[in-house]
Design a protein around this ligand. Sequence first.
Ligand SMILES: Nc1ncnc2c1ncn2[C@@H]1O[C@H](COP(=O)(O)OP(=O)(O)OP(=O)(O)O)[C@@H](O)[C@H]1O
Ligand SMILES: [Mg+2]
Length: 376
Amino acid sequence: MDLYEHQARELFEKHGIPVPRAEVTASPERARGIARALGGRAVVKAQVKTGGRGKAGGVRLVADPAAAEEAARQILGMDIKGHPVGTVMLAEPVDIEREFYVSYVLDRAAGHFLAVASAEGGMEIEEVAAERPEAVARIPVDPAVGVTTATAVRIADAAGLPPQTVDTLVRLWQVLVREDALLVEVNPLVRTADGRTMALDGKVTLDDNALFRQARWGDERAISADPLEARAAAKGLNYVKLDGEVGVVGNGAGLVMSTLDVVAGCGARPANFLDIGGGASARVMADGLAVVLSDPAVKSVLVNVFGGITACDAVADGILRALEEVRPTKPIVVRLDGNNAGRGRAVLAAHAHPLVEQATTMDGAARRAARLATAA
Ligand SMILES: Nc1ncnc2c1ncn2[C@@H]1O[C@H](COP(=O)(O)OP(=O)(O)OP(=O)(O)O)[C@@H](O)[C@H]1O
Ligand SMILES: [Mg+2]
């Protein structure tokens, strides 16, 4: 998962890398206040998870708080390569003497990390690498050893960076390791007119496999998603929102995918993908059905379960639990087959809920759910 620049900045600061003072906002009025607090002048920067913001007009130096408000208003209305700008960061302007590039990136093919550094920072490193490959140093980093002061000195030497950057090179490696990142990039890392080293722009990509240890970013991911997807993710469900009207719940990704196809073949459109997984419990079924039923676009629901490890009577229990918890107003067509299907069907039949009907085949169930959705 990529982080926003302001989140990368926060991590740099946490690990002792000098960064300019800065604050994030979604409000142009607030931007004016932040600029005032920064001393009047400010750099207003679009916060989007894509590169080339500067070229797109998403990075602007302003001379006073009124201009900061105006720039924020313009930038907040922008769309940069398909990314709408939701927030801007206002940063303290720094007097730049020189700009450098540094990054650590996982080189999967080689099985180690790579330090990439150049004394020609600021612009896109791909362009520098294409035009003047000798200006870009690439030093392998053994993940078991990491970037020690000695390694950092070698990197700085190879790239032509001043010795004052060595401390930052070591700390940047700490960001990568301690924050579970696969990429950390600073472009530009600058030397200021008064001789300080500072990170003016940062990119961090976290390892998704480690997100469970970095819980603070997990929330961010959920917030940025569709609200139903966020709710499903919070319950640990494999749910993807689609734009149709037949809610679909099934077990196993393959079965759910073919259920979507069959629904489409019946002239309706699936409202979602939801795989409750092999060995799903009544609880998972109830949670899944609750999410699908809460989608206002859903007109009918198709539950298609082929019991393997999952027992159909547990699925039926889950459906009954969801009926109690959610009190649905939409029809639900259930097809149970496989492990304990007979018992599962009997549980539902005994309950005789007016909105639940059963079908014996997948095609029949899909046809019925499609008809109910289009009639509604
Ligand atoms: N706080 C600052 N003070 C002075 N100049 C800055 C500051 N922040 C950025 N700049 C200048 O603006 C340039 C572009 O900023 P930045 O690197 O953040 O955006 P970008 O590289 O265009 O965006 P992206 O990373 O999306 O490609 C920098 O190279 C630097 O010259
Ligand atoms: Mg940059």
